[in-house]
Design a protein around this ligand. Structure first.
Ligand code: SAM
Length: 317
């Protein structure tokens, strides 16, 4: 407040001093009759030395206060430095959120990054299911990561999502989705909702998706995010997914996005005949991504390669 008062005072003094110097007179306000205004002007004319001295002193005082005003500007900038830095950072990293056109341009950039991700990280590495590639090209991954990491959303790596958890690398999401061999008619269970990104991809590939998350905070955020983005065939459940989710069983496909110590029997039990279970499992030489198929009461197993996942919590398998 003190700063604003001092600045206004300075401006006023400068203006008045200038008017006195150039002999400019203020315009007659409409409410003051001409004769009264002329009388007032002539009175002012007779007393011209008083305002001149007054304004000169005023001006000198304002000049003396200049360093003080300068100091107050500096201290205000210093006091608000974090806020100012934050505004600058937001403007740079989000394409200036104050500007709507900037936001649209940023969305366009994300679409271009997504297409590049599909071509370079997925297709060139052997992801061939066109439905999976299409889903990966459509789901806005940047809306599933923390705001501060949006610019990294389409990079070839997992990213932190809070609570010591991660959103998986795009290639792994695509590889696991492809391994489920979905055609669009299936009911799928995902264990480990996390950000909800994998569930959104599955939503484009299957009829119904149940996704179970052990951490309530992550489940809540993912549920509202998926709802807001219109993935209406996904239901998020809070619970220990190592026990599956009996209410939705049997499942045509089950995907586990955290590494289990061993294959959870509950998941095999809840798998439909002909169903696929894709999950990372800790083996003596490290984590392996396995695909299990249930045929006529038998289970076959394929190794899809080595991976690195966060551990399956509350693993009671
Ligand atoms: N699919 C997620 C995504 O798209 O963001 C990433 C999953 S993150 C690698 C693993 C997730 O599994 C974490 O959110 C973790 O809390 C969850 N999780 C770990 N153990 C679990 C369990 N027993 N039941 C359900 N969720 C579990």
């Amino acid at each position: 407040m003190q700063f604003i008062a001092n600045s206004s005072l300075l401006l006023l003094a400068l203006r008045e001093s200038w008017n006195n110097w150039t002999g400019e007179r203020a315009a007659r306000p409409v409410s003051v009759p001409q004769e009264k205004w002329s009388a007032l002007q002539s009175t002012q004319g007779r007393c011209v030395h008083y305002p001149t001295i007054h304004y000169t002193l005023f001006f000198m005082r304002a000049m003396l206060e200049l360093p003080l005003v300068f100091r107050q500007v500096c201290s205000a900038l210093f006091r608000w430095r974090f806020f100012l830095l934050y505004v600058v950072f937001l403007s740079l990293s989000c394409g200036c959120p104050i500007n709507g056109a900037g936001g649209e341009a940023q969305e366009g950039n994300f679409t271009a990054l997504r297409v590049q991700m599909v071509e370079q990280q997925l297709r060139q590495r052997g992801i061939h299911d066109e439905r999976v590639l299409q889903a990966m090209a459509e789901v806005p991954r940047h809306l599933f990561v923390p705001l501060s990491l949006r610019l990294h959303a389409y990079e070839d790596s997992p990213l932190p999502i809070g609570q010591e958890q991660t959103i998986s690398q795009p290639y792994i999401v695509a590889l696991m989705s492809q391994s489920l061999e979905l055609t669009g008619t299936e009911v799928v269970l995902e264990v480990g909702t996390g950000s909800g990104y994998q569930a959104a991809v599955l939503s484009c590939l299957a009829r119904r998706v149940y996704s179970i998350e052990i951490l309530p905070e992550l489940a809540g955020t993912a549920q509202s995010r998926l709802q807001a983005l219109g993935y209406s065939n996904v239901t998020v459940i809070v619970g220990d997914g190592s026990q599956g989710w009996l209410a939705g069983a049997p499942y045509d496909a089950i995907i586990v996005t955290a590494a289990a110590q061993r294959i959870p029997p509950a998941l095999l039990n809840q798998l439909a005949e002909g169903g696929r279970l894709v999950l990372p499992v800790e083996l003596p030489d490290g984590q392996h991504l396995l695909r299990l198929r249930k045929w006529g009461g038998k289970v076959t197993r394929e190794d899809l390669g080595m991976v690195q996942f966060v551990p399956l919590l509350g693993d009671r398998s």
